[in-house]
Design a protein around this ligand. Structure first.
Ligand code: MN
Length: 191
């Protein structure tokens, strides 16, 4: 099965100024495309060839995992962004209150985790098997699915995600991502 670049559900300039058209063109059009091209090349003729992207993430290691997980993570990240600000549904607010004390505390703790993640990686909001929410920092291509958790939303903190628009100001980029997050979609992912 050949994996294809997922289409964005918004125009490439729709997230500006939080995320510019140029960033989308490089990040989605070049970085994500490269992970997908690498993945297709790596899995040809192997046990992974006919697996879904999620199965490859769960079952592989090494370069196959790195490229598959980067493809999955980016697809999820871009899908969760929206040009139209979406209020947090009550159901999600209640779960965040439970886990973090308040929605504001969650946003602060998430921003701190994303901004403070050392090197390249992803900050996640994830739900465990008991329905508890937590913030998870993952290096490189890491994804909380491999720990048995359900990803609810994520922010990519690889430098390629923010250097065009924000240079070294990762905190400003993270804050923009939180404003561009479709919280309705996040709530729909609650198990
Ligand atoms: Mn990226």
């Amino acid at each position: 099965m050949k994996h294809l670049l997922p289409e964005l559900h918004y125009a490439p300039d729709a997230l500006a100024p939080g995320m510019s058209r140029e960033t989308i063109e490089f990040h989605h059009g070049k970085h994500l495309q490269a992970y997908i091209d690498n993945l297709n090349r790596l899995i040809a003729g192997t046990q992974y060839e006919d697996m879904s992207l999620e199965d490859i993430v769960m079952k592989s290691g090494g370069a196959v995992f790195n490229n598959a997980a980067q493809a999955w993570n980016h697809t999820f990240f871009f899908d969760t962004l929206t040009p139209v600000p979406v209020p947090m549904p009550e159901r999600l607010v209640r779960k965040l209150d439970e886990a973090f004390g308040s929605r504001e505390n969650f946003l602060g703790e998430f921003a701190k985790a994303a901004t403070g993640l050392f090197g390249s990686g992803w900050a996640w909001l994830a739900e465990d098997k008991d329905g508890r929410l937590s913030i998870v920092q993952k290096q490189n291509a890491g994804n909380p699915m491999t720990d048995g958790m359900t990803p609810l939303m994520t922010v990519d903190v690889w430098e390629h995600a923010y250097y065009i628009d924000y240079r070294n100001r990762r905190a400003d980029y993270v804050s923009a991502c939180l404003k561009l997050t479709d919280w309705e979609k996040v709530a729909q992912r609650l198990v």
